[in-house]
Write a protein that binds this ligand. Structure first.
Ligand SMILES: Nc1ncnc2c1ncn2[C@@H]1O[C@H](COP(=O)(O)OP(=O)(O)O)[C@@H](O)[C@H]1O
Ligand SMILES: O=C(O)C1=C[C@@H](OP(=O)(O)O)[C@@H](O)[C@H](O)C1
Ligand SMILES: [Mg+2]
Length: 190
């Protein structure tokens, strides 16, 4: 299991950022997995990616699960993993882009941590996902249309649970992680 329960700092500068969970939501190609890793590194937290956790537990890849169990089967697994992971402490969690489609997952994400929505325009999502064959929903003749469709449905869901909406257009993934820390807790790091 993950060694995620670190002692909370005890001095008077202790703040929410240093003691609570951080949950990243947003569409495919927003950078949740990449930025989440940097965030955890900068904050000295455990990083968990919900998709990787599903793959670890099943011993199967996401495309394989979609192929054998359909999207519905994958969503059931994803919902179960989100329920468990959001109950942990002091983690940075990168969710999959469709995790917010389950109402129970939205409730857990909103209630159990600070939710950051990495807002990303569709053109940038396309650029960041075009070389990767591991996203079953984008293996179509027109991935851009699919991403646009999905964002129309999901953008209100991301916003409904987000404590902060962060635009991911500028800067490297690490710079974005630094920016997120400043947004959440301006005095946390210099
Ligand atoms: N801020 C960024 N700047 C440049 N490239 C990025 C940024 N965020 C993510 N990427 C790149 O985009 C691709 C998709 O990122 P990923 O973290 O897998 O997104 P998600 O988990 O949201 O689908 C990766 O190749 C990653 O290196
Ligand atoms: O948006 C989605 O429905 C999905 C997003 C993927 O994760 P990323 O958002 O990390 O690419 C992964 O969970 C799966 O392919 C389905
Ligand atoms: Mg990811």
């Amino acid at each position: 299991m993950h060694n995620a329960t670190k002692e909370a700092p005890t001095d008077s500068t202790t703040n929410d950022l240093l003691t609570g969970n951080l949950f990243l939501v947003g569409p495919m190609g927003a950078g949740k997995t990449t930025v989440g890793r940097h965030l955890a590194d900068l904050l000295g937290r455990t990083f968990i990616d919900a998709d990787h956790e599903i793959e670890r537990r099943t011993g199967a890849t996401i495309p394989w699960i979609f192929e054998k169990e359909g999207e519905a089967g994958f969503r059931l697994r994803e919902e179960a993993v989100i329920a468990e992971l959001t109950a942990m402490n002091n983690i940075v969690l990168a969710t999959g882009g469709g995790a917010v489609t389950r109402e129970q997952s939205r409730l857990y994400l909103r209630q159990r941590g600070t939710v950051i929505y990495l807002y990303t325009p569709v053109a940038m999502q396309v650029a960041r996902t075009s070389r990767d064959r591991n996203r079953p929903l984008l293996q179509t003749t027109n991935p851009e249309a699919r991403l646009r469709e999905l964002l129309t449905i999901r953008d209100p869901l991301y916003r409904s649970i987000a404590h902060h909406v962060v635009m991911t257009l500028d800067g490297s993934a690490r710079e974005l992680a630094q920016k997120i820390i400043q947004i959440i807790q301006p005095n946390a790091i210099k």
